[in-house]
Design a protein around this ligand. Structure first.
Ligand code: FEO
Ligand code: CA
Ligand code: CA
Length: 655
């Protein structure tokens, strides 16, 4: 029998502000590498391309022109408010089962997960990491709905990683010390898992053991830095005089999928892992303080620097390139991974900018023009898009096209119009007078450059989803209790509520439906929150047509144009208690009806959403459950888990 865990339950330590200042159309059109190599992409994709990308039908210009009557076909599930609720509930006629949990075997030779968390760091390197987040299904072309790769981000670690939680001691100099084996285990539990999955002869999805595709990437896996920053002094450290080679990726939050078959993992709250103890240097180094890197000992949480010098970004004159003062510049990027080539080295694409990046959601026009949308999830930060110079050519895709293009930041005007302002050195005040001498100066301090351009501070932009037919884009603005409270975050039309506890979903249309447009029109799709009734404070009232929720985070369009919304709020705190536990909802973008599809166990966040091209198998992530899920026995240590949802009659999920 397992013991009741003696460590504190997992908490979401991810979305703490650090400074004071869908997409299904593509997931479903993603081609396998083999298909690309055969040069038959256009043909192979024809059967499941969205109309927008295939060009086989003229797409409606606006979502409101679509006919989606009866699009949502399930019975909504009720909120769960019991303090000991420890399950996943889906509508009648559906089944949800745990599929892939922290500690499950990934690479060959992996040890079984031990309930007391006594697996060492070497074992953890071969097992699933913690805090499953963004995720995507990549089909094999032999059986696109029955055989694929599942790629899963492991965002951060919980106290549950260690038998008794993390060990922290304070030495005589007042410096916090960590045991090296614990830090190595935490680093091994970060990163990404790639697992091969297929249906067995009974039609049940199974993880394929001993697959050559199964792979773990961690905080110590070799990666390349590419694009305009590569080789610049900003990226050189005592360990890398080339400025092109970096170890690992951390705090991998949401993601994107490219039509050339790669996965884009996004580095979000990476700044929490670094410290700069030199107060004077910290104050003058915008690439540190504008990104919330800690100044001092106790305010940063992982304390990896006590045993791993590259996380100590204090300048050191006796070491080449100042030691590791530049190491934080090597994080905050989009990292491109080819899941079909286990030997490939991931690439950090610096042209796309550096911030606390939530997602990298592609929009691709019929003629191959592209935009990639990203939120910077910190209170009062911005919404960005990157427009590659190259168009997507199915016959001959430019696999390094993310290294060349233009980065823009969004301005939301109060009249429903918007602008994308280019982050290009020499333009719009990004000049030497303001400290921007090169494009590298702009990219390494993307936030500072966006400040100068007058970007609109947003209520924590999380995921972006692009409608598979119209290419309208939607962004979750999860919440922002500082809105209207802090003078640098005044209320505005796109962020209209003071002390915003519940968040909103904003959508926009590019002018002429051009992904590269520099103007757009926008509206608020919905304000999340409690029902507008007496006793509910005005600033907590939403306008949801249907089942209520708070703090939208994950956002994804299925192949049929249903909008799926995942939530992330503290289910034990007011004003969230009447929402119950975190959940997955489905919205009709035409009628704006919202229906609750799934509720998760107490303490979790619901995130990561992907499906097979036929829409009949769907995976989502239960991140940091608080009690004992998936064992749900009240005593086994909880594990972040990928959950598989299917319909009992084999039908399309949500219809
Ligand atoms: Fe990792 Fe903003 O969520
Ligand atoms: Ca998120
Ligand atoms: Ca969140």
């Amino acid at each position: 029998m397992s013991e009741k865990p003696e460590v504190p339950p997992a908490i979401d330590i991810d979305d703490i502000p650090v400074n004071t200042s869908g997409n299904l159309s593509l997931e479903n059109v993603v081609a396998s590498r083999r298909r690309l190599l055969k040069g038959s992409l256009g043909l192979a994709l024809g059967s499941f391309l969205s109309p927008a990308l295939s060009g086989c039908a003229a797409p409606p210009r606006h979502t409101a022109e679509l006919s989606l009557a009866g699009a949502i076909g399930f019975t909504s599930v009720p909120v769960q408010q019991a303090v000991d609720f420890d399950q996943v509930i889906v509508p009648p006629g559906y089944t949800a089962r745990p599929f892939f949990s922290w500690g499950d075997a990934v690479e060959n030779g992996a040890s079984p997960w031990r309930k007391d968390a006594s697996n060492n760091w070497q074992e953890q390197m071969l097992q699933a990491g913690q805090n499953h987040d963004g995720m995507a299904y990549f089909p094999f072309d032999d059986a696109i709905n029955d055989h694929g790769l599942l790629v899963i981000n492991h965002e951060y670690t919980n106290p549950t990683l260690h038998p008794q939680g993390p060990t922290m001691t304070v030495d005589d100099a007042g410096v916090i010390r960590r045991p090296v084996d614990e830090v190595k285990k935490e680093q091994a539990a970060h990163g990404i898992s790639v697992i091969e999955i297929r249906r067995d002869t009974e039609g049940q999805w199974q993880r394929v053991k001993s697959s050559r595709f199964n792979r773990r990437l961690t905080a110590n896996s070799p990666m390349h830095l590419t694009g305009p920053m590569a080789g610049t002094d900003y990226l050189k450290t005592a360990a890398d005089s080339t400025g092109t080679r970096v170890l690992g990726t951390i705090n991998n939050c949401s993601m994107g999928v490219t039509p050339w078959g790669t996965y884009l993992t996004c580095e979000e709250n990476w700044s929490n892992y670094f410290v700069n103890r030199d107060a004077q240097d910290h104050a003058q180094r915008a690439t540190h303080h504008r990104y919330g890197i800690a100044q001092g000992n106790n305010s940063y949480k992982y304390q990896w620097s006590s045993v791993d010098p590259r996380f100590d970004a204090t300048p050191q004159e006796n070491l080449d390139h100042g030691g590791y003062v530049n190491e934080p510049h090597r994080f905050g990027w989009v990292v491109e991974i080819d899941p079909f080539d286990p030997q490939s080295t991931p690439k950090k694409r610096t042209a796309m900018g550096r911030f606390a990046r939530e997602c990298a959601t592609l929009s691709v026009a019929e003629d191959g023009r592209m935009a990639i949308y990203s939120g910077d999830d910190t209170r009062g930060e911005y919404l960005y898009k990157f427009v590659p110079d190259a168009r997507f050519d199915p016959k001959n895709p430019d696999r390094d096209c993310l290294d060349k293009g233009t980065l823009y930041v969004a301005v939301f005007h109060s009249d429903g119009r918007g602008e994308w302002r280019a982050l290009v050195q020499g333009q719009g005040g990004l000049t030497p007078r303001n400290g921007f001498f090169t494009q590298a100066d702009v990219l390494v301090n993307t936030r500072g450059a966006a400040d100068i351009l007058g970007a609109t501070p947003m209520d924590r932009p999380e995921w972006v989803a692009v409608h598979p037919q119209t290419r309208e884009a939607y962004v979750t603005l999860t919440n922002n209790v500082e809105r209207g409270v802090k003078s640098d975050q005044p209320i505005d039309a796109a962020n209209p509520r003071r002390e915003n506890h519940h968040g909103q979903i904003v959508r926009w249309r590019e002018t002429d439906n051009d992904p590269g447009a520099t103007t757009f029109s926008w509206d608020i799709f919905l304000l999340a929150g409690r029902r507008a009734e007496s006793g509910v404070p005005k600033h907590e009232q939403g306008n949801i047509n249907g089942d209520i929720f708070s703090s939208p985070d994950g956002l994804w369009f299925d192949h049929h144009g249903r909008l799926w919304i995942e939530t992330d709020y503290d289910d034990e705190e007011q004003p969230y208690q009447d929402m119950g536990t975190n959940q997955l909802l489905c919205a009709d973008p035409v009628t704006r009806e919202v229906r609750r599809f799934l509720v998760g166990p107490r303490g979790c966040e619901i995130t990561g959403l992907t499906a097979t091209p036929d829409g009949k198998s769907l995976w989502l992530n239960v991140q940091h459950p608080g009690i004992s899920y998936p064992a749900s026995d009240g005593k086994t240590r909880p594990r972040s888990t990928t959950v598989l949802v299917t319909r009992d009659d084999g039908g399309i999920i949500g219809s």
